[in-house]
Design a protein around this ligand. Structure first.
Ligand code: F6P
Length: 525
């Protein structure tokens, strides 16, 4: 029996038909203990999900569903190194990357080499071809080999190492790398080519451009050894590119790209913020791993986020979900989450190859508050679409300027309250709003949200936060009975691009393509 036909799913379906009629206003009015009932803490992190459109019965039924889906059993399989990524014949072991003293020897070995690399660059002992120390590091990667370190480097801007600038290049569009190279000095620039497969077109194109740029200045191939590091699981390809084995940091096939920040893919971040901070990031993630593994289902933060997402998507009908960090430094978190959630769970086929009869991953989007309030929040408040939101806020500011943090937090709390409770006609009349304007000024409310409070935006808390979402994504994959760790949906476009490139370079036989593609090719030629 599939999940949707299970009694647990059926019970939720019939419960949803009554709960859909209830407004958050009445849910709060009926339960004075709602915040206490629907908030949980772990290691300084607070999750308030009282503004979700659930009651105690919903919560109970969702937990039943998690039991029926055997989330605990799948968790044990992942931890035991079972090949749960069955379509790629791989285990899923990113938790091992941050297991500290319990990490496998191969992981500890790479971490030690990363630490040594950081120390030699920070101390100035790593020298470029002309004897200068490194002032700029460029991470060349895309997807999981870019978004994680880029987002985390931005998030930890307050902890930035002095005298070392870290840049990120991802897009094959020359507009990404060209202006950056124009500002850099080849004698003091180090490139990290981050690609698990070392076959990704964008990354290899940018890496080749960077290599040519370096060699144009250095005039000697030997310079590559002092200016290029690779992070990859394919030694043959890194050698072919000319990167010496001493400068290659290994990543294993059991680390999915979107789960790889904790591996050598995090080297650019470690260089940006220092080794101690990187270790703190791993420690924060480890704390969340222990919570995820050991906490009972009803208190389990990742499972709670997953169940709420499933509830909103499959029972309330939300097609998207917004991530709204009230932290400028977390501005890139939605982009990282887009890959994590949508590349993992944006699938319509279950583990047995059968169609999944319900919607899976919602479209993830968002931006930092308060900026978003002055653009897309209009739709959240009055657009009539159900968009569950995750608000994320920091108790302490990472850049504590007088007069800034309180307004930021006040806006965060104001928005989740306004979205939940809205403003009805009586309240508008009482506020003196003219009858003719009432329809325009009404706020229907009932927009669900959760709020995550972090003590501060340090590496430890960031590690907790990111691991929280990783495990949420795992739980959702289990609930939908899909393989969250493959990504076959990215392949077709890559293949077609490979066939189209020669046509743009001069080949003329475009007969295999449709008339639209042929028309566009002709226009481009
Ligand atoms: O094309 C998608 C993808 O495979 C992602 O899953 C991955 O994070 C990204 O490309 C980069 O892959 P690589 O690290 O092998 O260059």
């Amino acid at each position: 029996m599939n999940l949707v036909e299970s009694p647990a799913w059926q019970a939720l379906s019939s419960h949803a038909s009554t709960l859909r009629q209830r407004h958050l206003r009445t849910l709060f009015a009926d339960d004075a203990e709602r915040f206490a009932r629907f908030s949980r803490q772990h290691d300084g992190l607070l999750l308030d999900f009282s503004k979700q459109r659930i009651d105690a019965e919903t919560h109970r039924l969702l937990l039943d569903l998690a039991t029926r889906a055997d989330v605990d059993g799948w968790k044990q399989k992942m931890l035991a190194g079972t090949t749960i990524n069955h379509t790629e014949n791989r285990a899923v072991r990113h938790i091992a990357l941050r297991a500290g003293p319990l990490a496998p020897a191969e992981v500890r070995c790479v971490l030690e080499r990363m630490q040594a690399c950081c120390e030699s660059i920070h101390s100035g002992s790593w020298r470029g071809y002309a004897g200068e120390h490194i002032t700029d590091v460029v991470n060349i990667g895309i997807g999981g080999s870019d978004l994680g370190p880029r987002m985390a480097t931005r998030a930890l801007a307050a902890q930035q190492q002095p005298d070392l600038r870290v840049h990120f290049v991802a897009n094959v569009d020359g507009a990404d790398i060209a202006p950056l190279l124009a500002r850099l000095n080849p004698r003091s620039t180090l490139f990290i080519v981050a690609s698990k497969t070392f076959t990704t077109q964008e990354t290899l194109t940018n890496a080749a451009t960077a290599r040519n740029w370096l060699l144009a200045a250095a005039g000697d191939e030997a310079a590559v050894a002092r200016h290029f590091i690779a992070i990859s699981s394919d030694r043959q390809r890194t050698r072919q590119f000319g990167i010496t084995d001493d400068n290659v940091f290994e990543i294993w096939d059991w680390v999915g790209g979107r789960f790889s920040l904790w591996s050598a893919i995090g080297l650019s971040l470690a260089l940006a913020v220092g080794w101690r901070q990187f270790e703190q990031l791993l420690a924060g993630a480890r704390s969340m791993d222990a919570h995820f593994i050991n906490a009972p289902a009803a208190d389990n933060l990742p499972l709670t986020l997953a169940l709420l997402s499933l509830w909103n998507t499959d029972f309330l009908g939300a097609g998207s979900a917004a991530v709204l960090p009230y932290s400028h430094s977390l501005q890139l978190l939605p982009a990282w989450l887009q890959q994590l959630e949508m590349e993992s769970n944006g699938k319509r086929t279950d583990r047995a190859g059968q169609p999944i009869p319900v919607p899976t991953s919602p479209i993830i989007w968002g931006d930092a508050g308060t900026s978003g309030q002055h653009s897309f929040y209009q739709l959240l408040h009055q657009g009539g679409q159900l968009v569950p939101c995750d608000f994320i806020a920091l108790r302490e500011a990472d850049f504590p300027l007088p007069g800034h943090h309180q307004p930021l937090l006040a806006n965060c709390l104001a928005q989740s309250a306004a979205l939940a409770f809205g403003q009805d006609a009586d309240e508008l009349r009482a506020a003196g709003v003219a009858e003719s304007l009432l329809p325009y000024k009404l706020f229907p409310g009932n927009q669900p949200s959760s709020t995550l409070l972090l003590p501060a935006l340090n590496a430890y808390n960031l590690g907790q936060l990111l691991a929280l979402y990783e495990h949420k994504v795992f739980c959702l994959g289990v609930l939908w009975n899909l393989n969250a760790f493959d990504q076959w949906g990215v392949e077709l476009g890559k293949q077609l691009a490979g066939r189209l490139a020669p046509l743009l370079a001069g080949d003329t036989d475009d007969s295999a393509f449709d008339s639209s593609t042929r028309g566009l090719l002709a226009a481009l030629r």
